[in-house]
Write a protein that binds this ligand. Structure first.
Ligand code: CA
Length: 283
């Protein structure tokens, strides 16, 4: 067996895409052909990351032999504020640079949204998007896009990570605190266990800001144990048959990361109801 190197030159103006090749070999009157391909990529590669302080970093990678100068333009989702519409960049060959944009206004959103970043340099345009998460999606328990009676973005479990309790938390039309629905959580079938519901995604900036947590609770009996826990802050209370608004304050520290742990818990023997759960920045 003998290897023979074959040099390929990609033209400087080759457009990104796949280019098929056929390697033909002739030896002693016998020919054979082998398919192969090369892939030409974009010179620019963008990477978007949401930082703990609420900004979004756009890393611009230059995967070419010439320096690139251009602009990153941002398209903010409805309701979200950004502190710059565009940022200029210059990136030498085979290196990377980072530009940042500050993002705010996520708290009232009831579902995740997408931030778009478009880098333009010379004749090349590259777009990437990043999903931005509100602190709490669908905290008002109004959205049910599947129409299955369960709140979008929330998942219900029993004690011990038991996943067979999805039907125990559902949207209830009967006398919601606000809107058309509230969330009803039925009790666990085992009196020593509880049923809890958590959002699939929940995040907060860990930048030293404080947040007010509010939730409306209604219990079947005064003694029923209904709890809301947000990153270690526990809210309990309420009386039978009437909505009670519980309120607490959460301080986010810079080392806390962006993840926010939210749980609504029914540890009682009767149904409990929740509505209008919100996390709002106060300073
Ligand atoms: Ca509601």
């Amino acid at each position: 067996m003998k290897s023979v190197p074959v040099a390929l030159t990609i033209p400087a103006n080759a457009k990104p895409g796949r280019y098929d090749l056929t390697l033909c070999i002739e030896a002693d009157g016998v020919t054979a052909s082998y398919p192969h391909w090369v892939t030409v990529g974009e010179a620019l590669l963008l990477r978007l990351q949401h930082q703990a302080d609420g900004s979004v970093n756009v890393t611009v990678n230059n995967r070419s032999d010439k320096a690139r100068t251009g602009t990153v333009t941002f398209t903010a989702p409805v309701g979200v504020t950004i502190d710059a519409a565009a940022r200029p960049f210059t990136v030498p060959p085979w290196t990377k640079t980072t530009v940042a944009v500050k993002v705010s206004g996520l708290e009232p959103l009831q579902a995740p949204v997408h931030l778009l970043a478009t880098a333009v340099t010379g004749g090349e345009t590259v777009t990437r998007s990043l999903m931005l998460y509100p602190p709490l999606p669908n905290g008002h328990f109004e959205n049910d896009t599947a129409g299955d009676g369960h709140a979008d973005w929330w998942s219900c479990w029993g004690t011990g990570d038991d996943r067979h309790f999805g039907a125990f938390a559902f949207l209830d039309k009967h006398e919601p605190y606000e809107g058309k629905y509230c969330l009803r959580i039925d009790p666990h079938t085992d009196e020593h266990k509880q049923v809890y519901i958590r959002p699939l995604v929940a995040s907060l900036d860990a930048d030293g800001h404080s947040y007010r947590i509010k939730v409306a609770v209604r219990k079947t009996e005064d003694a029923d144990d209904a709890e809301v826990i947000v990153s270690g802050v526990k809210l309990t209370g309420g009386v039978a048959g009437k909505w009670t608004v519980l309120e607490g304050k959460l301080k986010r520290y810079p080392y806390a990361g962006r993840r926010c742990d939210v749980q609504l818990i029914n540890a009682s023997r009767h149904p409990v109801w929740f509505d209008a759960l919100s996390i709002e920045r106060v300073d």
